[in-house]
Every structure is written in C-alpha cells, then in structure tokens.
Write a protein that binds this ligand. Structure first.
Ligand code: IPE
Ligand code: IPE
Ligand code: MG
Length: 244
C-alpha cells in the first residue's frame, strides 16, 4: 500500500511545466570522497534520465537550474569543470532528449559564459527551434533578479507601459508557461534567485535527496504530491469545485 501511494495512475494530475533546482551535486560527490566535478557530471546524467521519464509521463516543459549568476563566483576550477561538461557532453546528452522533438532554450545572461560554451548553447537552440510543444529550458548564468531588471530595461526602451502578460513575455522564459511545480533537491528550502516572477502560483516541493540520487520514483512521488494539492489561485474551494 505504501508503495502504491506514490504511484502515478490515470487519475494523477501531471504538471504541464516542472522546474527543478538541481542542488546537492557537490555534497553528494564529496561524501563519496570524489571531486565536486564528478557530482556535477552525475547530476547532468541523472537530469537527462529524469527528463526522459517526465516527457514519457506527459510533462510538456522542464526547466533546470544549472548555474546561477551567484554560482559564477565559485572557484575558477569548479567553474571550469562545469564548462567542460558543457563542452564535452552537453550536445550528446541533450540530443537524447531533443531528438524526440523537444525545443531547447537557454535562460539567463549567456554572455557571461565563455564564448565556446555560448556557441554550444546557441547552436542547440538553433537546431531545435522548429520544434513546438515540448521544451527544455536550461537556466545557466541565470538569476531571477537579473532577469527582471533585464526585462524592465527592455520595457523602458520601448517606452510602452507593460501589463502582467506583456512583462512576462519580456522575461528570459518568453512564451513558456509558468511552472506548475518547482522541485528543489539537496535539503535546502529556498529558491536561491530562481524564477521569482514566474513562481507566483507554483507548487513547491523540497526533497532531502541530493540531486544525483533523485530517481524517477522520487519524481513520481513529487508529482503524486502535486496532484493531491488543491490549487486555488486565490479563490475558495467552492469556486474551484464549480469550475471542475
Ligand atoms: C548544484 O549543486 C549545481 C550547481 C550549483 C552548479 P551544488 O554544486 O550547489 O551542490 P552542493 O549544494 O554544494 O552539494
Ligand atoms: C542553486 O543552488 C543554484 C543551482 C542549483 C544552479 P546553490 O547551491 O547555488 O544555492 P545556495 O547557494 O545554497 O542558495
Ligand atoms: Mg548547492
């Protein structure tokens, strides 16, 4: 019975857009006396498996927080290790998911990254730009405050007043719908400058698992928990029931 409780069934509501703060890669590796860069590689591999599983379940968008603007202040050696992952594995790993017709978008101030890494991201965006429906967003050199300031400056340039909708389109996420479920692994209970505008009505889920050990079953558990929650968007239960 305990097992069935976390099982996805035909009645489970599947979130359209899941955003993931993949935290805990470094601690996971260090606990195993391995370099932090090994944790980042295992995290990236786990993320690909998780994406394949999520798309199989019917999720349409997956946003992954891979590197924050604040992370850019990490030791040079760790950053180089992360960039080498992009240089050596990003294309091959992403192809596994994108070959199913998934569009890739990079969110963030990509100009802060080394030029060759920028190129890899731009090329992946270009190669998948014709795909509609499913999407992967890789938040890299991403900070929500930077994103909001960037959008405000764009709005100021046009000189036109914005609405909630038009402002939302100026964010790095553009036309991508807001996340329904935000998952953070790694035991921390905070957003760390992730999707602050878009998260207004997202359901939040925190896992004690370090990201490399966040299995497909753990994702199922998060989705079942999401499905159990009542999203009221400010309304009363009665109003929600009437609509259903
Ligand atoms: C998250 O894992 C991935 C990145 C920030 C690049 P961390 O590197 O923050 O891992 P911990 O939190 O130190 O374990
Ligand atoms: C958040 O993780 C950023 C990413 C997962 C990319 P951090 O490890 O940087 O967050 P803090 O510093 O613990 O808040
Ligand atoms: Mg961390």
């Amino acid at each position: 019975m305990a097992l069935r409780k976390n099982k996805i069934t035909k009645d489970t509501k599947i979130p359209r857009h899941i955003a993931i703060i993949m935290d805990g890669n470094g601690r996971w590796a260090q606990k195993r006396l391995m370099p932090r860069s090994f944790g980042h590689k295992m995290g990236m591999e786990r993320m690909i498996g998780l994406m394949e599983h999520a798309f199989d379940l019917g999720v349409e968008y997956i946003t992954v927080y891979a590197l924050s603007t604040e992370n850019l202040k990490r030791p040079k050696e760790e950053l180089e290790g992360l960039f080498n992952l992009f240089r050596n594995h990003f294309k091959e790993y992403m192809a596994r998911v994108c070959d199913r017709g998934v569009r890739l978008r990079a969110l963030g101030d990509v100009s802060l990254l080394p030029e060759d890494v920028q190129k890899i991201l731009r090329q992946s965006e270009k190669d998948t730009s014709a795909f509609v429906g499913k999407g992967i967003n890789v938040a890299v050199a991403y900070g929500a405050r930077d994103e909001i300031v960037h959008a405000v400056n764009k709005a100021v340039e046009t000189g036109e007043k914005v609405t909630e909708e038009s402002f939302s389109r100026l964010l790095y996420t553009g036309e991508v719908p807001d996340p329904d479920l935000i998952i953070r692994t790694g035991k921390e209970v905070r957003l760390s400058n992730f999707l602050l505008y878009q998260a207004a009505y997202a359901e939040l889920y925190f896992s004690d698992k370090m990201f490399p050990e966040f299995s497909d079953k753990e994702l199922d558990k998060a989705i079942v928990e999401f499905s159990r929650r009542t999203r009221r968007f400010g309304k009363t239960d009665e109003q929600i029931e009437q609509k259903e």
